[in-house]
Design a protein around this ligand. Structure first.
Ligand SMILES: [Zn+2]
Length: 312
């Protein structure tokens, strides 16, 4: 199974189909369905494709894809994950808006630029000590390539200049954009860059924020949608296989193996350190912190196991 298949299985579109929620119409990156909770005539539930969330304007029910499935089927979140991950996705939808088609560059291009970019960055003492508090050693911090995010515009513009001088094309690479004076720059926040790797390639960069700005947002994507020559980052997942193996995930035999699902990238790295022989899958933005609080902890891993950011 490829990454995108796994991602489809836990997407809000698959959940919509598995729950038989009928589509009323779609707009932007949102599909409107009849709300399964309030069921009222005016009850319209929005399914937001870009971040796999849902919210009903009438009754206020809200959350993420897995939680919606669990709630409607009277399952725990863990059972919901299991059901969704082990059955084929149905991605049927009447979604008409082409605006969500991502124009970002190929994963190969992203890998090349992100590698060069992260190589130009360093990590500061504060971030090293906060990562150490989360259980990472200095060697691991180095090995995984965690970096502090520069926030000074001049520094950022200079980093971009350097990349361009070395021959890297920043166009449509999520995170990078041109400012009003057509200078290349990149999106920044106070926090740490966490490389997101699949099949040995950096396919995205996740940002672990120094300070969370709402209950559900501790980490965000390095992205530059709606900016000149920028691009939107997909909501990627990261699959970490046992070190010596490059087996494909979940064929017959592997479906019986333990899979640990982490709700954040940084957490996945941490889990991977400890459980080297397990498959760890980081899946951000499919479950809310409220839903996460109801999840089980790591004791007695069995088949699918879910860990959440609260354990970070
Ligand atoms: Zn409702």
């Amino acid at each position: 199974m490829k990454d995108h298949e796994l991602f489809e299985r836990i997407s809000i579109i698959n959940v919509k189909n598995k729950l038989n929620l009928s589509e009323l119409y779609s707009r932007g990156d949102t599909i409107f369905v009849k709300c399964p909770f309030c069921k009222s005539e005016k009850g319209r539930m929005k399914l937001i494709i870009s971040n796999n969330s849902y919210i009903c304007d009438n009754c206020g029910e809200r959350g993420y894809a897995i939680g919606l499935y669990a709630k409607c089927k009277y399952l725990t979140n863990k059972q919901a994950y299991k059901e969704l991950i082990y059955s084929k996705a149905n991605m049927t939808n009447n979604f008409m808006t082409p605006s969500v088609i991502n124009e970002k560059r190929s994963n190969d291009d992203l890998d090349i630029v992100y590698n060069a970019f992260l190589n130009l960055l360093t990590i500061n003492e504060d971030h090293i000590s906060s990562l150490q508090k989360l259980g990472f050693s200095i060697e691991e911090i180095k090995k995984y390539g965690f970096k502090s995010i520069p926030n000074n515009d001049e520094t950022k513009i200079n980093i971009c200049k350097k990349l361009i001088k070395e021959g890297y094309n920043l166009e449509k690479i999520p995170g990078f954009f041109q400012d009003t004076m057509f200078r290349w720059n990149f999106s920044s926040h106070k926090g740490i860059f966490v490389p997101v790797i699949n099949n040995c390639k950096i396919i995205g960069i996740r940002i672990h924020l120094d300070e969370t700005y709402n209950v559900d947002t501790t980490d965000i994507w390095f992205s530059s949608s709606n900016k000149y020559n920028g691009a939107k980052m997909n909501n990627n997942i990261m699959i970490m296989l046992p070190e010596e193996e490059r087996l494909h995930l979940m064929n017959e035999e592997q479906s019986k193996r333990n899979v640990i699902i982490a709700s954040e990238m940084l957490l996945a790295y941490k889990i991977k350190n400890k459980y080297k022989d397990k498959i760890v899958i980081a899946i951000p933005n499919v479950i809310s912190n409220d839903e996460i609080k109801k999840l089980e902890t790591l004791k007695g891993i069995d088949n699918v196991f879910i860990v959440s950011i609260v354990f970070l």
